[in-house]
Design a protein around this ligand. Structure first.
Ligand SMILES: CC(=O)SCCNC(=O)CCNC(=O)[C@H](O)C(C)(C)COP(=O)(O)OP(=O)(O)OC[C@H]1O[C@@H](n2cnc3c(N)ncnc32)[C@H](O)[C@@H]1OP(=O)(O)O
Ligand SMILES: CC(C)C(=O)C(=O)O
Ligand SMILES: [Mg+2]
Length: 512
């Protein structure tokens, strides 16, 4: 097994993501977590870029003990001096210098010819060698560079003292076959190549960053430059968590391993996402919210019988402790639904289970996220509909508005004991009048804590969904109802909360 070193560039290339700006204590916090994650090299920033970045690199360099700390510099003496001032007190200071080698960058950006690029690179590596033992030199835009020019310049920078040669796919242009071939060509044609370590640095513009990184590894790279959650310039860099988990999961096929502590992945990902403000997409490989969830009935049934039918990465492997592995939704089947019912510790007859599953499927057609609360409400509804459960039922209601804007509600209810009663009440709003009238008819003290309404679906015939949180006799209960009429949905959500309270009370008393 060949050991692959992880060079994390979350704090440098990752911070180059548009909109990301980390302060020095945030950067230190991330660096400490990267150290726990077991990364070999932390690229802490670009000290010449700003005073803040210089201070952050210095703070990280002075604090981190188990990882090498490095910083980026152009082939400019003052950049190298600045990097040295920031890094000199760390255990293994490494400088990372770079210069572009592609025709387009040399001609239009640097305005240098090939010989000048070689001379500048050699001079800067030699200058850096006066201070640093470890020098990484990057051929920026290597994948659009002439291979024989790369052979010439790499030979010279190794002679000047470089210890790591990085071949970046700066603009995410290459493909696995081509990137692998470049590493092979460089390994076979640079005469002094055995003196250095080869490194990948892949961008994700064509969605190939991880595949290209793997191709680099298969062709001689022993260091990979990656970032947490794949953040970085434009479409980002190869995602650390994806490559590390890939090498672990497919160790049957790839003879490589890293030092990454995989169970620290989730914590690191969350920290980077929170501090950078770059949210992780739900379907992101390895770490997205959906990465460990199964929604469709056939998959859920398989997973319930044996996780490995549809799961290659366990949530525990990457430190996910709160995975909703069986996501109950529109595509779920009865096996998964039964499993969910069991979580509520409620015994339902076969008839009741079938009715609950039918009601659940009906809701999934109109509601995007069916929560545990929704399922609980369905189960309560089913229970309360069964013969033995007494409950309040709405027969009819009316609202009248007078000239002063006062609303009067009239409600006709069937009581739990079967009697029918009507009552009236007034308020300045129709919902308030309904709530006030209903509460005057029941023997409980109720306080509304929260009431919200949202539309389900689109258009004028969309459904109104009312959510209510109330305190009944010192217990917090939620009520929910969906209807095309907002007032009916509101009143039903109140009645639903009171009925649920009554079921709770009966459950407590051991009635069922
Ligand atoms: C592929 C990458 O990710 S490279 C890293 C990119 N990261 C960053 O640029 C973030 C930090 N950068 C900065 O804060 C600023 O760009 C600084 C402080 C480094 C430089 O700022 P300025 O001096 O104002 O220059 P500016 O950024 O506008 O232009 C870059 C200059 O560096 C030159 N340059 C670019 N790369 C290199 C290099 N590797 N070595 C030497 N010079 C270089 C450019 O040709 C240009 O020079 P010119 O002024 O003679 O035309
Ligand atoms: C500075 C270099 C390594 C870089 O980030 C790139 O080329 O993408
Ligand atoms: Mg980059």
């Amino acid at each position: 097994m060949t050991r692959i070193k992880i060079f994390d560039t979350t704090l440098r290339d990752g911070e180059q993501s548009p909109g990301v700006n980390l302060n020095k204590s945030e950067k230190l916090e991330i660096a400490k977590q990267l150290e726990k994650l077991g990364v070999d090299v932390i690229e802490a920033g670009f000290p010449a870029a700003s005073v803040g970045d210089f201070e952050a690199v210095k703070l990280i360099a002075d604090t981190i003990k188990d990882s090498t700390v490095t910083a980026l510099a152009r082939c400019v003496k003052s950049d190298i001096d600045r990097a040295w001032s920031a890094l000199k007190d760390t255990k293994n200071p490494r400088i990372h210098v770079f210069l572009a080698t592609s025709p387009i960058h040399m001609e239009h950006k640097l305005k240098m010819n090939e010989d000048e690029v070689i001379e500048t690179s050699v001079e800067c590596v030699a200058y850096a060698k006066e201070k640093f033992k470890e020098i990484e030199w990057s051929a920026e835009d290597a994948t659009r560079s002439d291979l024989d020019f790369l052979v010439r310049i790499i030979t010279k920078v190794i002679d000047a003292g470089a210890t790591v040669i990085n071949l970046p796919d700066t603009v995410g242009f290459t493909t696995p076959e081509e990137y692998g071939a470049m590493f092979k060509y460089i390994s076979e044609n640079v005469p002094n190549i055995e003196k250095v370590e080869l490194s990948t640095h892949c961008h994700n513009d064509l969605g190939l960053a991880v595949a290209n990184t793997l191709a680099g590894i298969e062709n001689g790279a022993t260091q990979i430059e990656v970032s947490m959650n794949g953040i970085g310039e434009r479409a980002g860099n190869a995602a650390l968590e994806e490559v590390a988990v890939l090498l672990h999961i497919r160790k049957d096929f790839y003879p490589y391993h890293t030092r990454a502590v995989l169970k620290e992945i989730k914590r690191t990902s969350d920290l980077v996402s929170n501090l950078s403000g770059m949210q992780v997409q739900r379907n992101k490989a390895v770490i997205g919210q959906n990465a460990h969830s199964h929604e469709s009935g056939i998959h859920q049934d398989g997973v319930l019988k044996n996780r490995e039918t549809y799961e290659i990465i366990t949530p525990e492997l990457v430190g996910v402790t709160d995975a909703n592995t069986i996501f109950i939704g529109k595509h779920s089947g009865s096996h998964a639904f039964k499993e969910k019912i069991a979580e509520f510790n409620m015994s339902l007859s076969d008839e009741e289970s079938k009715a609950a599953f039918k009601a659940f499927k009906k809701i999934t057609d109109v509601k995007k996220d069916v929560t545990d609360d929704d399922i609980y409400a369905i189960l309560m509804e089913i229970k309360s509909e069964s013969e033995m459960v007494e409950r309040y039922r709405l027969n009819d209601f009316q609202i009248n508005y007078d000239e002063d804007g006062v609303c009067t509600a009239q409600i006709e209810m069937v009581f739990p004991n079967g009697t029918v009663r009507t009552s009236k009440g007034s308020a300045f709003g129709s919902v308030e009048a309904l709530f006030k009238t209903f509460v005057s008819m029941i023997p409980y003290t109720v306080n509304v804590i929260d009431y919200s309404m949202r539309s389900v679906g689109k258009g004028k015939d969309s459904l109104a969904e009312a959510h209510l949180k109330v305190n009944i006799e010192n217990q917090q209960i939620t009520g929910r109802s969906t209807n095309q009429d907002v007032l009916k949905a509101s009143l039903d959500s109140y009645i639903n909360a009171v009925n649920r309270f009554m079921i709770h009370e009966k459950q407590k008393a051991g009635a069922y």
